[in-house]
Design a protein around this ligand. Structure first.
Ligand code: KG4
Ligand code: ZN
Length: 350
């Protein structure tokens, strides 16, 4: 067996409907395997926690084995196990945590229980290198829309903005359902939007003007746009009009991407951040990526958006955050930890 000088970290992700396992060594991704239970939820229109938990239990060992095989390693080579321990669905987190504890305890490895949302920011290191201190992170997913100030990825993360109601992905998924797309509908809206006119319909951009914007400079609210689009669809249907689906999708995507990118870039200017890192499943969205890049270029802010496979839930994000914890000498998580489905976003490690 070749001896290796750097920590080799196996990361486990199981917060929602993806069982992800990946291995990282020296800031390099050696393997990443994701099994998704998404198709099992499609007919219910959203993730059913019990079905997702069972799917994690079934996928866990095969995905771990595949990740080791792809990296050409066996478990004895692994020095540290990292697992996402919140926020997320309680049953899903319990499966990942139990599996991680079993592996770490059984083979006497160090264990870190890390924050899933912060891991979405940490994963950018794999593609772009270390995150400069003081960078801002925009994390947009099915469950979160957050602006974080990253002073130190493992020890000092501050929440500067959040959604007051629906997350961006949640808003897209709900509208997609009304348009008859299967779950998760975000990627369908993205695809149809490519053929539509983003200015065909005007939807409300909440918390961007006047007193509400002053009171919530970095917060978001997407329930207003969701309701406006839903009303538009219902009215057209009631009047027997044909709905121009590409125009609805393009106008919705424009509105959400405009608010997210404007507020994120403004926050960078206000807080003197020269780098904006972006993560979470919704950051795969074409309009958001375009608008962030355009506005970032104009403002002289470097925008780091990882490739789509690193944006959606995966084990690599957990492994790289675990590796940062080892390198920063963060005390490991106790073996008897309980995952926290409502883990605060400024808590990096349990
Ligand atoms: O981060 P993620 O994989 O899981 C959560 O932690 O929620 O994000 C999933 C969300 C879903 O709402 C999905 O519809 C959305 O990301 N999404 C997209 C796109 N790809 C994924 N939304 C818009 N455009 C996309 N291309
Ligand atoms: Zn996520």
């Amino acid at each position: 067996m070749v001896s290796r000088s750097k920590p080799i970290v196996l990361g486990i992700e199981s917060t929602c409907d993806e069982t992800g396992v990946a291995i990282v060594e020296g800031g390099e991704l050696l393997s990443s395997v994701v099994a998704s239970s998404m198709d099992m939820h499609a007919r219910y229109g959203g993730v059913i926690p019990e079905i997702a938990s069972r799917a994690h239990a079934e996928a866990f060992l095969p995905v771990v084995k595949q990740a080791l095989e792809d990296a050409d390693l066996d478990f004895s080579n692994i020095s540290t196990v990292a697992v996402s321990c919140g926020p997320g669905l309680a049953g899903c987190l319990a499966v990942g945590a139990a599996g991680a504890k079993g592996l770490a305890y059984g083979a006497n490895k160090t264990l870190y229980g890390v924050n899933h949302v912060i891991a979405h920011a940490a994963v950018t290191k794999l593609q772009f290198g270390p995150v400069p201190s003081g960078s801002l992170a925009l994390i947009v997913s099915g469950g979160h829309t957050s602006l974080l100030q990253i002073n130190n990825m493992t020890s000092s993360v501050k929440v500067i903005g959040t959604t007051l109601d629906d997350a961006a992905g949640e808003c897209f998924d709900k509208i997609a359902r009304l348009l008859g797309f299967p779950y998760p509908g975000g990627p369908y809206i993205d695809r149809y939007a490519q053929q539509g006119d983003p200015h065909a319909l005007k939807f409300p951009e909440a918390l961007t003007q006047g007193r509400s914007a002053a009171a919530h400079p970095y917060d978001f609210s997407f329930s207003g746009v969701k309701t406006a689009v839903a009303r538009y669809i219902e009215t057209q249907q009631a009047e027997g009009n044909e709905i121009n689906v590409p125009d609805v999708c393009a106008s919705l995507a424009f509105c959400v991407a405009d608010v997210l990118s404007r507020k994120a870039i403004k926050a960078c200017q206000d807080l003197n951040a020269s780098t904006l890192i972006v993560g979470g499943g919704f950051s795969a969205n074409t309009q958001l990526r375009q608008q962030l890049k355009e506005k970032g270029e104009k403002a002289g802010i470097e925008v780091r958006i990882p490739r789509p496979a690193l944006c959606t839930d995966n084990g690599a994000m957990i492994a790289i955050l675990g590796e940062m914890c080892v390198l920063d000498k963060i005390p490991p998580t106790r073996m008897n930890f309980s995952p926290n489905s409502t883990m605060a976003l400024d808590q990096v490690v349990l």
